[in-house]
Design a protein around this ligand. Structure first.
Ligand code: FGO
Length: 401
């Protein structure tokens, strides 16, 4: 049996029009699922046209390469983009509105459509949208007779109890903006206050203090290099709060019975708020018109209920089409893998990071840096966030780049 990559290669060899799709999937189930759906799409195109996915490294490598392509003039017709990437590309008027391509987003989850709407125009289709969920080690919880925690206080108490028993911290977390955002949102924080970016609000300090306390008290273990699923071996693991798209990677790496559940909330009335990650597909204005036509057909295919159902069960991304929930592919899969239902339910308790054109730089180089400094004990949470606030203001005012 041929690998999907090879099938695409031969499909595109004979095609007169090749529509490139630059993406940030580095491997595993997401990359294969994308390639599989491209193979299916290309099969419906009578060999005349094709889509060719091109891996550009991780998500940040991808946006770096798009910016370089703007400068050199060689843009692909399609690419994955976070909402803040779209805001940046729109500053150079680089994106085609979906209405100009005849793409109707009826049936697509309004939460995701809203995120790709700028000045009342829709500039992309939600494609691979993830939501954070609680991952846990069922074996270890059983050993301590512990229930899956549904509130932050129960979570901390359970993490403490198991960590004491195991003599090592069992909540694994990456000291980065993604993990921080879950705690920050769930404690009631928001990044924008009256339209102004605020990184050092009292809620932000509280969220960062919680993580720093966790490390000091011995129930939280910062993972500073690589994904959590690549770090299960460093000590006893009980919990993490991570993207639903990690599910296939977690399953593959776990030597324990892996469970997933909604995120702990402030009270047990509702789950915590998960961060929405993953990307949308955009179409660049400067691309060739024939390629844009292929892109339009491809995007319609991508957001269809069936494709989103198949892609969702393969990757644990949240199907963006509300119609996917009734697809037998989904209903059958959920019966055997209730975990997928968790992602779909958790998506009702979801928040986005700000769609500011400078946000990518802020989330990695400014806020992410501050979170690391505080967690590693190099600064207090308040001092680290105050410094981040100043750096972000300087960046947004054009004083730094
Ligand atoms: C990743 C990144 C951003 C932005 C959020 C932004 C840029 C975060 C976070 C930084 O599609 P998601 O949910 O999950 C990814 C998927 C495909 O690669 O699988 C996840 N994965 C991959 C390999 C593995 O071993 N384990 C695993 O979980 C992978 O994370 O996106 C979540 C992780 C991060 O890349 O370190 O989105 N993110 N907002 N990146 N550039 N810009 O604004």
């Amino acid at each position: 049996q041929q690998r999907p990559e090879e099938i695409i290669k031969s499909q595109c060899e004979k095609a007169g029009v090749v529509a490139e799709l630059w993406h940030g999937f580095t491997g595993g189930a997401p990359k294969t699922a994308l390639e599989n759906l491209v193979v299916e799409f290309n099969r419906t195109q009578n060999g005349q046209v094709c889509v060719r996915p091109i891996a550009q490294g991780n998500y940040r490598d991808l946006s770096t390469k798009i910016k370089a392509a703007f400068a050199s003039g060689k843009v692909p017709v399609m690419a994955q983009a976070f909402e803040n990437n779209m805001a940046l590309y729109l500053e150079s008027d680089a994106l085609t509105p979906m209405s100009a391509l005849g793409i109707d987003l009826k049936g697509v989850n309004p939460l995701f459509v809203n995120a790709v709407t700028f000045n009342k125009q829709i500039y992309g289709v939600p494609f691979n949208k993830s939501i954070q969920i609680l991952y846990y080690n069922r074996d270890l919880l059983k050993k301590y007779n512990a229930k899956v925690p549904t509130t932050i206080s129960a979570f901390i108490a359970t993490a403490k109890q198991i960590s004491q028993g195991e003599k090592a911290p069992v909540y694994f977390f990456q000291p980065d903006t993604s993990t921080f955002s879950y705690w920050f949102f769930t404690l009631g924080g928001s990044y924008l206050q009256n339209g102004k970016l605020v990184l050092n609000s009292p809620k932000a300090v509280e969220a960062l203090e919680l993580l720093v306390q966790g490390v000091k008290e011995g129930w939280a273990r910062p993972i500073t290099s690589g994904f959590i699923n690549a770090n299960f071996g460093v000590g006893p693991y009980a919990f993490s709060t991570d993207t639903s798209a990690g599910y296939s990677f977690y399953l593959q790496a776990a030597k324990f019975d892996l469970g997933v559940a909604p995120l702990p909330g402030r009270t047990d009335k509702q789950p915590g708020f998960g961060l929405v990650q993953g990307t949308n597909l955009v179409v660049f204005k400067r691309a060739d018109e024939k390629e844009k036509k292929v892109a339009a057909d491809f995007l319609k295919f991508v957001i269809s209920p069936r494709v989103q159902a198949v892609f969702g069960v393969a990757t644990n991304y949240v199907p963006v089409n509300l119609g996917s929930g009734a697809d037998p592919v989904v209903t059958r899969y959920i019966k055997q893998n209730p975990g997928f239902g968790v992602a779909i339910t958790q998506a009702r308790y979801a928040k986005f990071e700000p769609a500011l054109s400078d946000w990518e730089q802020i989330r990695f180089d400014i806020l992410g840096q501050a979170i690391k400094e505080a967690v590693l004990g190099q600064a207090t949470p308040k001092a680290a966030l105050d410094k981040a606030q100043k750096a972000a203001e300087d960046l947004l005012a054009g004083r730094t780049r």
